[in-house]
Design a protein. Structure first.
Length: 279
């Protein structure tokens, strides 16, 4: 019943849902709109009733007796109960699931996303599965935007700019941070939206459920035909905020591993020159 009524969100023009938890968010959105519709219709009917019931012709003299009916109180209690249901029954459990139940690192693909004006730096651990350390003193905007130390664990790490690759149907754990101001990491189809706060590293976890190929197939014949998944910055972050956009590729795990292997081979071939390791 809850899910059926919550599917009102299908009619709201939301982006295609492409994550494991997305339908739960859509259900909450649907229920909120049910409440808004009921309030809008209810208050509209009451307003029309009041206009005719209490106009000057019907009530030439003011009445100071007040309303004796308790109907309005019942309505107020009903609204409070409905809002409490949305908050306690739906929103809080969903919030807990999305923000506090951080998955075990053994069961996820870990990725670091470092925002800056006006780009998304994507950091993947190498074959050892460990992130290399970073330092502000090593930052070079041309060759090493996140200040990755290529000595030690960082020797085989992969860094891309505005290009996020993820495997389908595999849980992803993103560590979100920023180099400068507040940004907002927004993946509309994944129903993922999180502020990047200076001085903090915030975990985000979700499971993509639709490959980019399937997504593009669904967009055929629509205004977005040919446009794949994107990373948007949903927080005004400066005069070039409009161009802070990244691209997401969701692929099979085999394709994802092949891409990682290609990037690792490229890194090995290019050596220090490509990644600015001559510091």
């Amino acid at each position: 019943m809850l899910e059926y009524l919550g599917k009102l969100s299908d009619k709201l023009g939301l982006p295609i849902m492409s994550s494991g938890h997305g339908y739960k968010i859509d259900i909450v959105i649907g229920w909120v709109h049910w409440l808004m519709i009921l309030l809008f219709v209810g208050w509209g009917i009451y307003l029309i009733y009041a206009i005719f019931k209490f106009n000057n012709k019907s009530n030439p003299e003011a009445s100071y007796g007040g309303i004796k009916s308790h109907f309005s109180q019942y309505v107020e209690v009903g609204v409070i109960v409905f809002e409490a249901f949305l908050l306690v029954g739906l929103s809080l459990p969903l919030w807990s699931q999305l923000k506090t139940n951080i998955p075990d690192k053994k069961d996820v693909h870990e990725i670091r996303v470092v925002a800056q004006q006006f780009a998304w730096n994507i950091h993947y651990p190498g074959a050892d599965g460990l992130f290399g350390s970073t330092s502000p003193s090593l930052v070079d905007e041309e060759s090493n935007p996140i200040g990755l130390d290529r000595n030690g664990f960082g020797a085989d790490d992969i860094v891309t700019i505005n290009q996020l690759h993820l495997p389908v149907n595999k849980q992803v754990l993103v560590y979100l941070s920023t180099k400068d101001v507040i940004h907002n990491f927004f993946l509309p189809e994944m129903r993922v939206k999180q502020d990047a706060i200076p001085g903090m590293q915030i975990p985000i976890y979700f499971t993509p459920t639709m490959t980019s190929k399937d997504f593009l197939q669904m967009l055929k014949g629509t205004a977005r035909e040919g446009q794949g998944y994107e990373i948007a910055c949903a927080q005004l972050c400066g005069n070039s905020h409009y161009r802070m956009k990244g691209y997401v590729t969701i692929e099979t795990e085999q394709e994802f591993n092949e891409w990682l292997a290609e990037e690792a081979e490229y890194l090995e071939d290019e050596g220090d020159d490509d990644w600015g390791d001559d510091w």
